[in-house]
Write a protein that binds this ligand. Structure first.
Ligand code: PGA
Ligand code: ZN
Length: 417
């Protein structure tokens, strides 16, 4: 049986120029190395309060190079579940703040890569085993706002889903056209302020709804039919605008009750080809989430990000709130707990989306998790900046490698029943 021979940590830098943690794990038999894996922890800006806690990157690296290395080298196995259980035990806190969720997630993912390398397989294949896989449907940001763009626009992500695309590659072809068309539209109107944290345009809109109208216009400008070819997904990231019991739309200089926000979102769902809304209400506003899911959940995905924080327990206790789970490994801290959340989502009859964070790197592990576990959707930000493109491009390579062995691309099945 393979075991862990070595664990190393180092400080590296992310897409916002902030320090983060890279881990390397070597597995082998006896003293012979069989495989090395490497992974980098991402970081969020609009984080949920229930997330596992990242700590100072330098301290997290020190923890990897001392307590985590000692604790894992004593293990007689390198299986993911055993390694992750040991990481959780070594940390010993509910929110992983002692060793740091950033230390844990980097080591956990690096271990997954090392196991795959020892088996001489890409990670997605090691995770899939004998199961056939499909490429996930991408949610791709065109405009960025909220905490990722100086709060110029309240809504955090205006995204597209190419619901009529026949392949992952075709989704990206269409998105490239939409992204370019959106840039031209904004530039013409003098509304282009730059690029937000995840690569979407940072727009100067007069209202949040204007973003929806502009997105529909960009899809049409790209020669595609809004709704039939390409639909809209939003991440309201509503926790960020919730203060004193109200939702503050700074751009429109007004505060809404849960009921008023519900009405605004329902009107948007009626007017625009929206198929998915993430965190429509704040993380603690479960009643509003339930009421919204009850009314809109038959038609659209109601996605819990801050609301579920990749916790299997929270998904099991959803009690009618949301119908789709966002899976972010660093929100919970280990690969095994992320998988448990996906299992809980399936058991609840929920959909799921594997997601990156707003602070990212060249690390492409999440693409392999999505493909290998059969999670049918993937969200990694926009169509610019290499920490985003690295992940889309990795998925393209996997799709090309699979060829006819891939299961049908699930976009039409998921969104055009
Ligand atoms: P975050 O944003 O990484 O800043 O939390 C991503 C999201 O809200 O989905
Ligand atoms: Zn979100």
């Amino acid at each position: 049986m393979a075991k862990i021979l070595d664990v190393r940590g180092r400080k590296v830098w992310d897409s916002r120029g902030r320090a983060t943690v890279e881990a390397e794990v070597v597995v082998g038999r006896g003293s012979t190395p069989l495989g090395t894996g490497r992974a980098i922890a991402p970081s969020g800006a609009s984080t949920g309060s229930g997330e596992a806690k990242a700590i100072d990157a330098r301290q997290a690296v020190q923890n990897i190079n001392s307590r985590i290395r000692d604790g894992l080298r004593a293990l007689s196995a390198s299986d993911q579940a055993v390694v992750d259980a040991r990481l959780i035990e070594l940390d010993g806190t509910a929110d992983k703040h002692r060793l740091g969720a950033n230390a844990l997630v980097a080591v956990s993912l690096a271990c997954a890569h090392a196991e795959a390398a020892a088996a001489k397989m890409p990670l997605w294949k090691k995770l899939a085993g004998e199961r056939r896989v499909a490429l996930p449907v991408p949610q791709i940001q065109i405009f960025g706002g909220g905490a990722h763009a100086g709060r110029r626009v309240d809504i955090q992500d205006y995204m597209v889903i190419c619901v009529g695309a026949g392949s992952f590659a075709e989704s990206l072809e269409w998105t490239a056209q939409i992204y370019a068309a959106a840039g031209v539209r904004l530039a013409k109107r003098n509304a282009l302020q730059g690029v937000a944290d995840e690569g979407g345009y940072w727009p100067a809109f007069k209202s949040n709804e204007e973003g929806l109208a502009e997105l529909v216009g960009a899809i049409a400008d790209a020669g595609l039919e809004p709704g039939r070819d390409v639909a809209i997904a939003l991440d309201i990231a509503a926790t960020q605008m919730y203060r004193g019991g109200a939702y503050h739309l700074a751009l429109e200089n007004r505060a809404l009750s849960s009921g008023q926000l519900h009405a605004v979102l329902m009107r948007w769902v009626e007017r625009y080809p929206i198929v998915s809304i993430e965190d429509p209400f704040a993380e603690h506003d479960a009643e509003a989430m339930r009421a919204f899911t009850k009314e809109a959940g038959e038609r659209i995905q109601v996605v819990g990000d801050d609301f579920f924080v990749t916790s299997a327990k929270r998904v099991k206790n959803a009690n009618g709130a949301c119908n789709t789970v966002l899976l972010k490994p660093n929100q919970v801290g280990t690969v095994t707990e992320t998988l448990a959340c996906w299992d809980a989502a399936k058991a609840a009859g929920f959909r799921a989306i594997v997601s990156a964070r707003s602070g990212e790197t060249e690390d492409v592990s999440i693409v392999h998790l999505a493909v290998g576990w059969g999670v049918p959707q993937l969200k990694v930000g926009s169509f610019a900046r290499s920490e985003r493109m690295a992940k889309w491009n990795e998925a393209l390579r996997i799709e090309e490698g699979l060829g006819a062995k891939a299961l049908p691309f699930p976009a039409r099945k998921l969104f055009r029943q």
